[in-house]
Structures are given as structure tokens and as C-alpha cells.
Design a binder for this molecule. Structure first.
Ligand code: ZN
Length: 275
């Protein structure tokens, strides 16, 4: 067993010993196997529903039928590849020219209009989308809350019984365009899962590589436009190399989608929000 995994398993066992009464703790199967999380799926989905309502009051979430239908179709194709395929995911578009996307608990994914403009094709847009969905499937947000707040988190977030902490989360999402600031391990896992889900859904995962490269060069040209994304998802050349290597390990597959006709029309449609 690799040392990191061994350490994680050991942590998890120690925590489980203390947790047998509540039944919360570590997932035993799937992507989250062995991970420590005190928030149940049900609580996570409740939290997401509540956050969604409050975010909508404070962020310029747009209600553009064709654009939302398009994003939802892309997102659903990715989600279908995951172990949370049956969950009610929801995709939202924020009128904001900065290049950003984020996931909050309970299957909500937000994409800025700026990301549509920065992507050259559907595979690039889907690269970031798949990465965000992967953070959600891997439950990185609630894992981080569990580590930071321990047992209190269960009582405090369920049904909003801890307004200060809840408000802090809303403020962070609205102000910083992120639910959590992820570390290297979470980023690596989200990249790796994202590549697998894209490939499974029939999208060319090289789109993730070229989108990341675009983000890196955008940081040189116009740092403000990607500041939020980089603050919450540390992006490095090493990450891009790892994604490339992961893609090379996959069986070559014909007809992976890089472009689709609708992407340009939707991008043009959303460009008015970026002026
Ligand atoms: Zn990330």
C-alpha cells in the first residue's frame, strides 16, 4: 500500500473508533473510499439547496434558457460517468467576465460567462466543468469542513443552525468565487477524475490541457481575470504535465469531441454579459 494511502487509512481508522456511535466517518466504497467526512450525503444536499438560494440573491446568476440547457447537457454527460449519476445536479451561469467556475456541496456547479469566452471549444469548457464536478463527486468541500470544524460541523450546518459559519460560507462563495481553497492532493484527484469522466463521456480530455495552458498565459497577460480561479485551484506546470501523462495512459479512442457547432452560438449569446 502506498505510504500516503496507508496514512490516510490509519487516520480514518482512528477516527472511526471515535465515531461508531454516530455512524459518520469514512466512506467504504467508490471515489471517497477511506476519506474522512462528517457530513452525510443528505446533509450535504440540504446545505447545497440552502446555499443555492442565498447565492442567487447575491450573485448575478442569469436565466438564459438556451445557454443553461447547453451547459446542463454538457454537465449531465459528465455526471453520468460518475458514482453520483443519479443525484440531482444543477448547473448555473454567472454573468461575470472573470474566468472562473466553482462547485458547492450538493451538486451545484457555477460557471462564469468569462469562462465561456476564454474557452476555444467545447472540450476546453468541459475540461474545467469536469474538474469542478470531480471536486463535487470527491466531496472535497465537505471533507474540508469536516477537517476544519470536526463534530461541530454536523450540528452547525444541518438546517442552518449555525448562522455565523453559514454566513461565512456564503460570503466566501460570493466574494471569492469558491467554496473552498483546495490543496494539491484535491487538485490532483479532481484533474485525474475529470480526465476519466471526460474520456468516458466522449469529450477529448486534451481540452483540459489546453484550457489550463490558456489560464496560465492569461495570468501573465491579465492576472485579475483569473485571480479567483488560481486562488482556489492552485494551477502549476506540474499539474498540466500530470494531466497530459494521465491522458497518454488511456486507450486511444476515435471521435472524441473537441468542437461542437452549438458552442460558438452559445458563446456569442453570452458575450453580451462580458462587455
Ligand atoms: Zn480544483
Amino acid at each position: 500500500m502506498p505510504r500516503a494511502l496507508l496514512a490516510r487509512t490509519r487516520n480514518c481508522m482512528l477516527i472511526v473508533i471515535g465515531l461508531t456511535v454516530t455512524g459518520a466517518g469514512c466512506a467504504s466504497t467508490g471515489v471517497n473510499k477511506g476519506d474522512f467526512n462528517l457530513v452525510s450525503y443528505q446533509e450535504e444536499w440540504q446545505l447545497g439547496a440552502q446555499l443555492e438560494q442565498d447565492i442567487e440573491q447575491q450573485l448575478p446568476v442569469i436565466n438564459d434558457g438556451p445557454a443553461l440547457a447547453y451547459l446542463t447537457r454538457l454537465g449531465t454527460r459528465i455526471v453520468t460517468q460518475t458514482e453520483l449519476a443519479q443525484a440531482p445536479w444543477e448547473f448555473h451561469i454567472v454573468a461575470d467576465p472573470r474566468i472562473n467556475a466553482f462547485n458547492i456541496p450538493g451538486g451545484h456547479v457555477y460557471v462564469n460567462t468569462g469562462l465561456f469566452q476564454a474557452a476555444d471549444n467545447v472540450a476546453e469548457l468541459t475540461g474545467v466543468l469536469a474538474h469542478e464536478i470531480s471536486h463535487g463527486v470527491a466531496r472535497h468541500g465537505t471533507e474540508q469542513l469536516s477537517k476544519a470544524y470536526g463534530f461541530n460541523i454536523v450540528a452547525s450546518l444541518a438546517l442552518g443552525s449555525n448562522p455565523p459559519l453559514y454566513q461565512q460560507l456564503v460570503t466566501q462563495i460570493v466574494g471569492a468565487g469558491t467554496f473552498a481553497k483546495f490543496g494539491r492532493d484535491a487538485e490532483r484527484e479532481a484533474d485525474e477524475l475529470g480526465v476519466i469522466y471526460m474520456y468516458g463521456a466522449g469529450y477529448d480530455p486534451h481540452g483540459m490541457v489546453t484550457m489550463f495552458q490558456e489560464l496560465m498565459s492569461q495570468r501573465q497577460r491579465e492576472p485579475n481575470s483569473v485571480e479567483q480561479f488560481f486562488a482556489s485551484h492552485p494551477l502549476t506546470e506540474e499539474r498540466i504535465r500530470n494531466v497530459r501523462a494521465r491522458i497518454e495512459s488511456l486507450e486511444p479512442r476515435a471521435n472524441l469531441i473537441m468542437e461542437d457547432a452549438e458552442f460558438d452560438a452559445i458563446r456569442r449569446r453570452l458575450s453580451r454579459y462580458n462587455r
